[in-house]
Write a protein that binds this ligand. Sequence first.
Ligand SMILES: Nc1ncnc2c1ncn2[C@@H]1O[C@H](COP(=O)(O)OP(=O)(O)O)[C@@H](O)[C@H]1O
Ligand SMILES: [Mg+2]
Length: 301
Amino acid sequence: MFRNITIKRKIHVFRLTWLQKQKKFMFLRRKSNLINKLEHPTSKKKVLMQTSTPILSVQNLRRDFKMGNETVHALRGVSFNIYSGEFVTIMGTSGSGKSTMLNILGCMDRPTSGHYILDGEHTETLKRDALAKIRSQKIGFVFQSYNLLSRTTAIENVELPLLYNPSISAAERHHRAIEALKRVGLEGRMNHLPNQLSGGQQQRVAIARALVNDPVIILADEATGNLDTRTSYEIMMIFQELNRQGKTIAFVTHEPDIATFSSRTVTLRDGLVKKDVINENVQDAKEAFEALPPPETFEED
Ligand SMILES: Nc1ncnc2c1ncn2[C@@H]1O[C@H](COP(=O)(O)OP(=O)(O)O)[C@@H](O)[C@H]1O
Ligand SMILES: [Mg+2]
């Protein structure tokens, strides 16, 4: 009898604490939404979108791949604009055309037809060399598998994009790489090789490398795809911070929780835009990270 009451009490106390935690979480969530609304009022943003020129504009973009006698229509007439300061996620199931889209946006591939205007330049008419130049000056790209040079330190990996720019001295290159690594919180790991870093740290180096040229837009293709949830959210904290500092971001993902950290989501399906919505309820990656259950620990008996 006495034991029964104690158990009941314990359940009651557990319920109360759980309810309190839920309430606190909802309060923080509402608070963050409110701050978001104050900082990024949607109505103002919509007006801004209509009046300013987009950083990036794709118009009726098509990309076909010839495979023997067959043709794969990876993009079948995609149109949208991205404006300065936006954080856009591009969603869609596997095979919907996300990577094809991002490769064209990153000037690594050209459309079969349609227009792609980046920072005022019609890229679809450019030759290979000119396209490569635009890519190195205007785009920062982050890949799913980091794509770091293996026998090269973090700082040297970050310096790489600047090597192609003869107007930047070695000292300036070094200085800029240090600054970029500081922005992603890796000042303590500058001389480490990729295999001496965790997956999350390697992706931070890749983000620093994408930042070092001060690009007009950062493009990311499934940049959290190889990482566990906690590390993914930490990476999203960095992207959100960069966006708060004014960086424009287009981030491909197939994970809905990752999309809640962005301010707009374009959904592709079978090579077409299925949805394009402003996210009224942007989640704060730091709060989401803190609300995650603690990492698993293995206790000894
Ligand atoms: N280089 C290529 N050659 C032939 N088909 C391709 C090529 N790249 C992509 N595809 C095809 O185009 C479609 C879209 O692919 P992709 O853009 O990689 O989709 P997602 O990134 O959304 O998974 C798929 O059917 C894929 O098989
Ligand atoms: Mg893909």
